[in-house]
Design a protein around this ligand. Structure first.
Ligand code: ADP
Ligand code: MG
Length: 233
């Protein structure tokens, strides 16, 4: 498949050694096409976050392959991986991880600046992204002055500011109430419409229901895949 943007082959991650060894990710084969939204579900401790960290180049695999945009990430140098994260990937976390001393617009422009955009271009991108997430009127606020849902929308805008190939989100609604979850869902829906590729780890059936495919993990392995009819509609 030529439009596969992200692929893993027999991906394995072990933590610890000997009797204490835990196989967090167990021979995962995954192919995500450009523009797809893929949800990953499964019980706590089944390896969802580790899988995202492997894909995101934050953790090195024990075995297996990772390919992003046709390039092998598992064999890349640390520098190459750092560049890949900076230029090609966007990350959204459950706990937002915004910089507390920066305003919303400053938080959003950081990845654009790191990816080499000029200050002027980065600011214009950040302003536009805050508009897309409905927070134009909060651009000058620090995270402490924002609600949880607003913080996560800033974090999503930030994840987009380097114009990533793939956005990786780890339980992005895990800290949000129902109304804020609905806001984030609408936002992911709009990103999907715009062609953004998304991999979302979630416990939330509503988030999963908005995906093109739902992958279920158990004990590190992918055990089930559901293609949702009408996804993306
Ligand atoms: P999930 O995100 O599905 O809750 P994780 O990927 O966080 O699961 O964890 C999968 C397994 O790997 C668990 O048994 C967890 O304890 C273990 N694990 C995760 N990260 C580490 C680590 N840095 N060191 C040791 N064990 C880890
Ligand atoms: Mg996790």
């Amino acid at each position: 498949m030529s439009d596969v943007v992200l692929r893993t082959g027999a991906l394995v991650k072990d933590f610890g050694k000997g009797a204490a060894r835990v196989r967090a990710v167990d021979e995962v084969d995954l192919a995500v096409r450009t523009g797809e939204t893929v949800a990953v579900m499964g019980p706590s401790g089944c390896g969802k976050s580790t899988l995202l960290h492997l894909i995101g180049g934050m953790v090195r695999p024990t075995a297996g392959e990772i390919e992003l945009a046709g390039r092998r990430a598992d064999t890349m140098s640390e520098r190459g991986l750092a560049r890949l994260r900076r230029d090609r990937l966007g990350f959204v976390f459950q706990a937002f991880h915004l910089m507390p001393e920066l305003t919303a617009v400053e938080n959003v422009e950081v990845p654009a600046l790191l990816a080499g955009r000029s200050p002027r271009v980065a600011r214009a991108l950040a302003v536009d992204l805050l508009k897309r997430v409905g927070l134009t009127d909060r651009a000058g606020h620090r995270p402490s002055a924002l609600s949880g849902g607003q913080r996560q929308r800033v974090a999503i805008a930030r994840a987009l500011s380097n114009q990533p190939l793939v956005v990786l989100a780890d339980e992005p609604t895990g800290n949000l109430d129902s109304a804020a979850t609905a806001d984030v869902l609408r936002l992911f829906g709009a990103l999907h419409q715009a062609g953004q590729t998304l991999v979302v780890v979630t416990h939330d059936a509503r988030v999963a229901a908005s995906a093109d495919r739902v992958l279920t993990m158990r004990d590190g392995a992918l055990v089930d895949q559901t293609v949702l009819a009408g996804a993306g509609a």
